[in-house]
Design a protein around this ligand. Structure first.
Ligand code: GUN
Length: 299
């Protein structure tokens, strides 16, 4: 922890903000149930037994239960065929109790992710990964039915912390389909001037140093150093990298893409890891599911 004399950055408490959002969702879910006798339903599909995916899925299912959303659990073996997985998606598409479908990524190598994500009905695409939803996000004047959860959570953190986005310089570090690319598009929609830097960029450090808003989604532990950050910048750290730590019972701890201790001395705002973006991803998934259900109920 930085000493209080060094500490400049305001810590953005993602866990607390997510909790507020979850309470708001729980209240709306109660209202839907009382007024229309309908409960939002989320199908969470996992293939195989990757430890990280299992832990994310467990969190998502538990979060559903806590706000009164019904989770429909689909656990498929590692060797399930692409055709069988897609049949399952079609079955969920036509199940009226299911308002959202999430297929946890990554999928095993023998399954084509594009085919699976493209099979999800866009009305139930609560991850916002269907090419039509991403395409609409990329186009001026078009509105996707759902925004991807982690990018939406990043923007929500900025907005709820009172950080100006319009006309500000934002840099996104990383260009993944799940975070880097969609968060860039969202920032652009919010009228920021957006740069994207990635593993093949030259002068990343220089470009990052010019940014008022940094979204770090590179998947590289503590890659962004304190002196890469413009004084007063808002830093949203999406990284969750496991590094060895013998002092922990698990043998590891999670760190972000930003050198947190150094960044706290320079940045104006910063999200911690864990407890920053992670809880927001789950809250936005619940929100998308609720919104999907409201759309069907005609609310
Ligand atoms: N794997 C890592 N992040 C995500 C996410 O937001 N959604 C899904 N479906 N899989 C993921």
């Amino acid at each position: 922890m930085a000493s209080s004399a060094d500490q400049k950055a305001k810590i953005i408490d993602g866990k607390a903000i997510a909790q507020t959002i979850r309470s708001e969702i729980a209240e709306e879910v109660r209202g839907l149930s009382e007024k229309y006798g309908k409960v939002p339903g989320l199908a969470v599909v996992i293939v195989g037994s990757r430890k990280d995916s299992q832990s994310y899925v467990r969190m998502k299912r538990k979060a559903c239960a806590e706000v009164g959303i019904k989770s429909i659990d689909v656990d498929l073996p590692e060797d399930v065929s692409e055709a069988d997985l897609i049949s399952k998606v079609y079955e969920l598409n036509s199940n009226p109790d299911v308002h959202g479908i999430l297929v946890q990524l990554p999928l095993p190598k023998h399954i084509n992710e594009e085919n699976v994500l493209g099979a999800i009905s866009i009305e139930k695409d609560v991850d916002g990964f269907h090419p039509l939803n991403i395409g609409k996000l990329a186009m001026k004047g078009r509105e996707p039915l759902f925004l991807p959860c982690t990018p939406k959570g990043c923007l929500e953190l900025l907005v709820r912390s009172g950080i100006k986005i319009k006309s500000q310089r934002a840099v996104v570090v990383g260009r993944s389909n799940i975070v880097g690319l969609p968060v860039s598009l969202l920032l652009l929609k919010a009228d920021a001037t957006v740069s994207i830097v990635h593993s093949r960029s030259q002068d990343s450090e220089k470009i990052i140093r010019e940014a008022d808003i940094i979204i770090a989604a590179a998947g590289q532990a503590a890659m962004i150093k304190g002196d890469w950050i413009k004084p007063g910048a808002a830093v949203i750290d999406v990284g969750t990298n496991a590094v060895d730590d013998p002092s922990k019972k698990s043998g590891y701890r999670l760190v972000g893409d930003v050198d947190y201790k150094e960044a706290c001395k320079v940045a104006g705002y910063i999200t911690p890891v864990p407890g920053g973006v992670g809880p927001m991803t789950v809250a936005m998934l619940l929100k998308n599911t609720l919104d999907g259900a409201k759309r069907v109920i005609g609310q």
